[in-house]
Design a protein around this ligand. Structure first.
Ligand SMILES: [Zn+2]
Length: 287
C-alpha cells in the first residue's frame, strides 16, 4: 500500500522520539539495482559512505517525504511513496531478512528501510538535497492538508477553481492542490463527501467543496489518531488501527449508509471503489 501523509507524519514523529543524536556506525545496501535504475536511490552507492560517522540532528516531513538532517552537512531523504517498511530495531534479533538500506548505529541499534513499491532512499549533501526531485515536489508551495494553519477552506476552494480538473487529479498526484495524498485517501475522502470519482472540480458547488475539505481533514486526522492504516506498520512494527471507510477492503460489500453494492472503476491510473448511490454523478445536475 502507499504510504501517505498520515503514515509519513507518524513515522517522522516516532523517528524524532527514537533516532535523534544516534550516530551512523555502518550501513549495508542490498538489491538496489531496480531503485537505482529509476532514480530512487543514488546512482553511485559510494554516496552512502558519506553517512558513516554522522549524527542525526533533526527529522522533518512534508507530503510523503521524510527528511533526516545530520551533522557534517549530510541528509538522508526517504519517500516511501508506493510502499515501504521503515523499521527501528533495538538489537539485531529483530532485523528483517530483506532490506534496501540497513543502518547500524554506534549504540548497537538499527534502522532498516525496504521499499515494497516504488519510492526513494537518497543520500545527499546540504547542497545536493535542494535539487532532489522529491524535496522539490513535497517541500513546495503546494499546501499540506493537515498541520498548516494557512490551509483554509478559502484557499482550498480557490485552488480548485483555478485548476478546474477531475477531482482525483485535484487530490492525488503531480497536479494536485495538496501534497501527500494518493488513491487510498482519495477513495475515503470522496466517499465521505458523497462525491462521484469522475466529477470535475469546476462543477462542485460551494457546499460540495466544503464537504470535500471537511472530509479530507476528518479522514486524515482519524488515520493519524488511529496510528495509521490497518495494513501498515509503524517504526516499531506495530500495525495501524484505521479501517478505511472506502477502498479495496469494501470489495463485494454493501455501503454501510445505503446498502447499495459497492462498485469499482479504473480511474486515474488505479482502481477506485465507490458507492453508486451515495456518490451519484448526477447529484449536481439535479441541484
Ligand atoms: Zn451508499
Amino acid at each position: 500500500m502507499s504510504v501517505e501523509l498520515p503514515e509519513t507524519l507518524i513515522l517522522a514523529e516516532q523517528m524524532t522520539q527514537t533516532l535523534l543524536d544516534k550516530k551512523v556506525k555502518s550501513y549495508e545496501i542490498r538489491d538496489s539495482e531496480k531503485l537505482q535504475r529509476v532514480g530512487f536511490m543514488n546512482t553511485d552507492l559510494k554516496d552512502y559512505d558519506r553517512l558513516v560517522g554522522c549524527k542525526i540532528k533533526s527529522i522533518t516531513h512534508r507530503g510523503n517525504v521524510i527528511w533526516i538532517k545530520m551533522n557534517k552537512k549530510m541528509n538522508l531523504v526517504l519517500c516511501p511513496d508506493y510502499g515501504a517498511r521503515i523499521l527501528y530495531h533495538k538489537n539485531e534479533e529483530s532485523l528483517p531478512k530483506k532490506h534496501h538500506l540497513k543502518i547500524e548505529f554506534s549504540d548497537g541499534t538499527y534502522f532498516t528501510i525496504r521499499q515494497t513499491g516504488m519510492g526513494g532512499i537518497h543520500s545527499a549533501t546540504d547542497t545536493e538535497v535542494k535539487d532532489l526531485y522529491v524535496i522539490k515536489r513535497d517541500f513546495s508551495d503546494t499546501p499540506s492538508p493537515i498541520g498548516e494553519h494557512d490551509f483554509t477552506f478559502e484557499r482550498f476552494s480557490k485552488l480548485l477553481d483555478v485548476k478546474g480538473q477531475n477531482i482525483k487529479a485535484a487530490i492525488v498526484g503531480k497536479a494536485a492542490v495538496v501534497v501527500g495524498l494518493s488513491n487510498a485517501a482519495f477513495q475515503e475522502i470522496i466517499y465521505k463527501a458523497r462525491i462521484h470519482p469522475k466529477r470535475n472540480t469546476a462543477t462542485l458547488s460551494d457546499d460540495e467543496k466544503h464537504d470535500v475539505f471537511d472530509a479530507m481533514k476528518h479522514i486524515l486526522n482519524a488515520r493519524i489518531c488511529s496510528g495509521g492504516k490497518n495494513i501498515w506498520v509503524d517504526l516499531y512494527g506495530d500495525p495501524g488501527r484505521h479501517t478505511p471507510v472506502m477502498g479495496p477492503n469494501m470489495k463485494d460489500k454493501n455501503c454501510p449508509q445505503c446498502r447499495a453494492a459497492i462498485e469499482k472503476i479504473a480511474h486515474g491510473g488505479g482502481q477506485v471503489y465507490f458507492c453508486p448511490h451515495c456518490q451519484r454523478i448526477s447529484n449536481y445536475h439535479t441541484k
